[in-house]
Ligand binder design. Sequence first.
Ligand code: TEU
Ligand code: CA
Length: 564
Amino acid sequence: MQPERAFNWKEAVIYQIYPRSFQDSNGDGVGDIPGIIMRLDYIASLGVDAVWLNPIYASPNADNGYDISDYYSVMPEFGDLADFDELVSGLHERGLHLIMDLVVNHTSDEHHWFKESRKSADNFYADFYHWWPAARGKPPHRWSFFSESGAAWTYVPERDAWYLHYFGAKQPDLNWENPAVRVEVHRLMRFWLDRGVDGFRLDVIPFIAKDTSFPELPPGSTDEDFIAHYVNGPNLHQYLQELQREVLSPYGAMSVGEAPGVSCGRALDFVARERGELDMFFHFDLMSIDRDPGNFFRRRREGWALAELRDIFLRWDYVFENDGWTAVYLGNHDFPRAVSRWTADDKDNWYRAATMLNTLLLTIRGTPFLYYGDEIGMRNIRFQQIHEYRDGSSISRYRQVVARGGEPGEFLQELAETSRDNARTPMQWDASEHAGFSTSEPWISVNPDHADWVSVAAQTSREDSVLTFVRQLISYRRRSPALLRGSMVPVHVDDNAYFIYYRKAPREEILVVLNFSIDRRPLPCVAEFASFTCVASNFPVPEPGFVAGQVLPGYAAFLLRREV
Ligand code: TEU
Ligand code: CA
């Protein structure tokens, strides 16, 4: 069943759900599809237009579902195909769309394609993956994101060859050069589209196409240079055009790529209308500004400045001025919680910090992806001990440090702020023992702050809550041509506390003012303040005309509007 409203993805707000952590329906401590169904009215009450669901396919869970062993079935912990169909119809009945995660750069090593592939060099699946036969000597160095050895090639004696895995050793990379692989990918996409799915989020999409000659890296290149050599292979655009033509277009399905390694100079190659490739993608520029340039998993010592963040938003907005479109996000299941990451205080200034960031997310030009829990200001849990972690990549990096004789204490301190497990703790529905997520011990600890305002129950009927603020802003956005489609015009771009911009449509202008500083700061004067009225704010705003020059609280945010 198709939803009644057509999927206008440029004007949509998309809510991301990490199914393992959203709602457990059967008391096993693991979120599941029937749990999501129980919460459909809540999801609709946010005013969002669509849900992006992280992977729910059968998987041994070496990487929480990003290692798929069967694309045609649902992970039993999450339910079955009947539950999935019920989810689709429940969403569609409420006018909501469903976006599935498509993970086709790699499969699980437990997928039958790989089980066959590893047996010999001359069976049908032999070339479904990238193999480096021992007869050619050792494979050229490639670095892996998640594997404990740090190397992206793993040797299989049966075949006397190494296979490639950019991620964990249990995640062998598919060989897209093989047309039979592409046929299989198209087939599995159609399977889900036929069940009513409205679009896909394409996991690490620039990684699918590689330079399969696997040249030696230039001397002196670091692991971080991998992006230049590992991704965006020569046939990438051909494969994406084929996907659009063969699968997405015939179904009118939406596509959003996850695109580490795509710079804004290359953006239009992916999303310009005439290219016929993707609708939009997630770039990684913002996700990198607080990271060490030599090591994506460590924070930059000197932190980041508002000027850098503003530059990124403006640069990417400029690229799409006349063509293409962008996805906007401040975090997801791979990064720490937004309020803990992008502000200096998620405690005393928590309400203003969380609402200010949600204002940014919902007012920048582009399609916002709201990560579950950010609408109630969920924060980093900051685990202190390694046994509390569940994420394989965090654990394998810890083991690497220990194996090298490094200082685990220091590493753990860093991990407490940077681990993606911070974003994977259970949704906080209420103040009860397991936060209303489950009746038993959850698969990963619940943040104790659920007893202290950070829950749906505590916030839902309060005027001054993050949740109420987000609901009001989403509903306001829906009615505002300037916020949906208007151009972005920044002002006071040299200010080091305030991020200020207009959104301008032919008959409406919105002025967005965000104080990125923890401190009270005088607001630079915008000549036209007096002609606007205030439509949303996270602190009591006097008459707009009086705001200019005033000292506003840290993380103050407000929206002004006028008709033109
Ligand atoms: O993420 C790809 C990606 O770039 C991540 O490796 C990211 O850099 C890292 O998680 C930072 O913490 C996608 C999925 O979103 C992620 O969950 C998967 O683990 C990964 O692909 C492999 O499928
Ligand atoms: Ca469950």
